[in-house]
Design a protein around this ligand. Structure first.
Ligand code: OGA
Ligand code: MN
Length: 288
């Protein structure tokens, strides 16, 4: 059966209509979904009122799942394949560690040497307004650079920071940041990555890139800032307005994303994510 697709924006994304991802799905149909995933960079599945196990099972079709050993505080105890992104306070009343997850432009797990292939984020609850997620098409951003700039950045590697900047100053944030650093030594990633399946080149930059390997922060910053600003021009961006039971699947190799914090924090925003393991990329640096 042919997939019914509805494009989400000119830049990227498509909705897969009239589908229940918890139903048995043959290889041929999943193959169509996977080809659309490669073509559009992100896929939206609406009205997926499914169980956590069904979310995990569907995600496994995309590849082996990360058990989130590099983010042990953020995964669910009952399902290590599920990473929480929630502002629901902990059982003891303390604020959730993951309430500011994703609040800067990034690609998932770029701070490890096996960055993610893709992620599937499921929405359980969203505030009345706000809390959208932005996605940028990094193939298109790369293609739009001049030949001179492409040549300039060809061999560069960006040193990646892990962790959430916004809570770094709070006490729980300090403990968390120290643990993050211990679990995840600094890693450098190529600024231009060749997509292992489409063969296309994509910019691999974001706000977690602190500096280029072999250069100072001062030297690197203007170019990092330029590339992030370039890649996040509205022309390259899709803004997703969440509904309960949306599942959004994105390709981390050719898109980046950012969670927006423009909502009433007394209202619940609760998401859960599976993360598909990718292929090795980058290297550990001694002097991150
Ligand atoms: C993520 C993430 C964005 C959001 O789950 O990887 O960055 O809007 N989430 O919650
Ligand atoms: Mn993310």
């Amino acid at each position: 059966m042919a997939l019914k697709l509805r494009r989400l924006s000119y830049a990227l994304g498509a909705e897969v209509c009239d589908i229940d991802v918890s139903k048995p799905m043959g290889e041929a149909q999943f193959g169509e979904i996977y080809r659309a995933f490669l073509q559009y960079g992100i896929l939206l599945f609406r009205n997926q009122d499914i169980t956590r196990e069904e979310h995990i099972d569907f995600s496994r079709r995309f590849g082996e799942l990360d058990r989130h050993d590099s983010l042990p505080r953020d995964r669910r105890a009952d399902h290590p394949e599920l990473l929480m992104v929630t502002n629901e306070p902990n059982a003891d009343g303390t604020p959730s560690d993951t309430r500011y997850t994703g609040r800067q432009w990034h690609s998932d797990m770029s701070f490890t040497t096996v960055p993610s292939l893709g992620s599937l984020l499921r929405c359980f609850a969203v505030p009345e307004v706000g809390g959208d997620t932005l996605f940028a098409n990094m193939d298109a951003a790369y293609d739009a650079l001049s030949d001179g700039m492409k040549k300039l950045i060809a061999g560069l590697h960006g040193i990646q920071l892990s962790g959430t900047r916004k809570i770094a100053n709070e006490e729980s944030g300090v403990v968390r940041a120290a643990e993050q650093r211990r679990l995840n030594p600094p890693v450098a990633q190529p600024i231009v990555r060749v997509h292992p399946e489409t063969g296309r080149k994509a910019l691999y930059i974001g706000e977690k890139v602190k500096r280029f390997d072999g250069m100072t922060e001062e030297e690197s910053k203007p170019l990092i800032d330029y590339l992030v600003r370039h890649a996040t021009r509205p022309d390259f961006v899709y803004r997703h307005q969440w509904r309960k039971d949306d599942i959004l699947a994105w390709d981390n190799r050719c898109t980046m994303h950012q969670a927006l914090g423009d909502f009433d924090e007394t209202q619940l925003r609760h998401m859960e994510r599976t993360t598909i393991l990718g292929t090795p990329s980058g290297y550990v640096v001694a002097n991150g």
